[in-house]
Design a protein. Structure first.
Length: 514
């Protein structure tokens, strides 16, 4: 049996149930009693994470690691590489499965941590934990399959084998928007295939990163095979440049990803390998709405895709390309839905979306809004107070040169543009710099087939929201400037962390022809 036939996604919690909400609030209260969390490590200064909803609430205090700290972690990981590589794949897979169990036991606590440290509303926070568990379980099964090697053509008198070997130290540089799921996927893939890891979480969410490392160490990953290095940019740059790093797994902005790719391409003195960079770098994602679309389906799906977690997802909808015959009707309905959105604290079950991650993000998004060529078509209200609030905003018919139309805003901002037909919309998507996610609302089988056949984005969603990719069901990742691939949560992902080596043996000299 294959992973695809045995794997099942972790079920999401049903927060409409009072008992589930009570458990969540109890976990949040218990977590608050421990704040601020102290994350062990060495560094020259402190790194403080705060609640984006209430910036005066300190969630965690970590060390702001230096270049020397990052380099020392790589050296220790490199020394541990042979021993960790020698562990049988089935044993490494068992470690990942135990880590999944430990995270499952702490599920409410980990979700509460994401609520406080990243301002993820409860449903989003719980989905983050579930996806982390899914990555551990899915990659554990994949590690076992990969450990068997792949079949090759055999001839009489010849035995041929293809086996996979770890590449070496892997640097994992993770984002804050999925502070548990995304780093878990990258770290689990690297560890499961036998590579030691130096993991730098985002500076905004060090406590979530530490929780992942705690689970993996408790599950059996040796301390020297997995190192946590908290900090800002300096440790990340050190990891990218270090000659003993073989793999770099990165998720973040296009600018940062391209910088990493350029830096990794030049071998450092003493480096006798080519670094492999696995980079997921964001998107400018479009939803195409045909003239025959069911707006009862399209409107809530567009709103969820654009404004879930305040649009702080690389998969989030940024542009609606709507057939001109129904544009006015769609825009009016979108405007009504956006004005009804409730922006509030992430811990409030009634909040549709919460604050953005920090004041820098708030200023950057507001710069887009302030520079818009005309007034918003619709905007939701935001709370008063010190949180990093940005109003969910819809623009209609902005000029083609607008920054909001062309650049990744990474916030709760949506633009709607009229097109002559679906073909025109497809051409707009194909001409864009990014190719991550996209959507199509149409009742025409031939239209759906045409758009699907064009392969315009890495993840195309038809008549549904364009966020919420599930491990094993919607392997995630795009092309063009959206990343180098491969698909996270898919059957090819582990191959990026190993080297294939073949052995061909002449069996005749044994005196027995096979």
């Amino acid at each position: 049996m294959t992973t695809e036939t045995t794997f099942r996604n972790e079920p999401l919690l049903e927060f409409r149930r009072e008992s589930v909400r009570a458990q969540a609030l109890r976990a949040l209260a218990e977590l608050r009693e421990k704040l601020p969390l102290r994350i062990p490590g060495s560094g020259e200064g402190e790194l403080v994470s705060i609640n984006p909803v209430a910036p005066s609430e300190v969630v965690a205090v970590a060390s702001d690691s230096s270049r020397a700290t990052a380099e020392a972690a790589v050296e220790r990981a490199a020394s541990a590489a042979p021993a960790w590589a020698a562990v049988e794949p089935a044993q490494r897979a068992a470690v990942l499965q135990r880590a999944a169990g430990l995270m499952r036991e702490r599920r409410q606590e980990l979700a509460a941590l994401a609520v406080l440290e990243a301002a993820k509303p409860w449903a989003e926070a719980d989905a983050d934990v579930c996806e982390a568990i899914d990555f551990l379980e899915y990659y554990a099964a994949g590690v076992i399959e990969l450990g068997h090697g792949r079949p090759l053509v055999q001839l009489p008198g010849e035995r041929n084998r293809l086996q996979y070997f770890p590449r070496g130290v892997c640097a994992v540089i993770a984002p804050w928007n999925f502070p548990l799921a995304i780093p878990t996927g990258m770290v689990a893939a690297a560890l499961g295939t036998g590579n030691p890891v130096v993991f730098k979480p985002a500076e905004q969410t060090p406590a979530c990163g530490h929780a992942l490392v705690e689970a993996l160490h408790a599950a059996g990953v040796p301390a020297e095979a997995l190192h946590l290095v908290c900090g800002r940019d300096e440790p990340a740059k050190s990891l990218v440049a270090h000659p003993k790093v073989h793999n770099i797994a990165f998720t973040g902005s296009c600018a940062a990803g391209l910088s990493i790719i350029r830096a990794a391409a030049e071998p450092a003195p003493g480096q006798h390998h080519v670094k492999r960079v696995i980079a997921e770098m964001g998107g400018k994602n479009c939803i195409i709405v045909d003239a025959d679309a069911d707006l009862d389906d399209a409107v809530p799906a567009i709103v969820k895709s654009a404004f879930g977690f305040a649009g702080q997802k690389c998969s989030a909808a940024a542009r609606v390309l709507v057939h001109r015959d129904i544009a006015d009707a769609l825009n009016e309905r979108l405007a009504g839905a956006i004005r009804a959105l409730r922006v509030g604290p992430a811990e409030d079950f009634g909040s549709d979306l919460s604050a953005v991650i920090d004041d820098e993000a708030c200023a950057r998004i507001n710069a887009f809004l302030d520079g818009a060529e005309h007034e918003p078509f619709a905007r939701a209200d935001v709370p008063a107070g010190a949180g990093h609030w940005v109003a969910p905003t819809l623009f209609v018919d902005l000029p083609g040169h607008s920054r909001i139309v062309n650049e990744e805003v990474f916030g709760p901002v949506l633009s709607s543009e009229r097109v002559a037909d679906v073909e025109a919309a497809v051409e707009i998507v194909e001409a864009g710099a990014y190719g991550l996610t996209g959507g199509l609302f149409s009742r025409s089988p031939s239209t759906i087939e045409m758009v699907s056949r064009r392969g315009i984005v890495g993840n195309l969603y038809v008549n549904r929201e364009i966020t919420g990719a599930m491990v094993g069901r919607q392997p995630f990742g795009g092309g063009r400037l959206s990343g180098t691939g491969p698909k996270a949560g898919g059957p090819d992902y582990l191959l990026q962390f190993v080297e294939a080596r073949s052995v061909s043996e002449n069996t005749v000299r044994h005196g027995l022809v096979i």
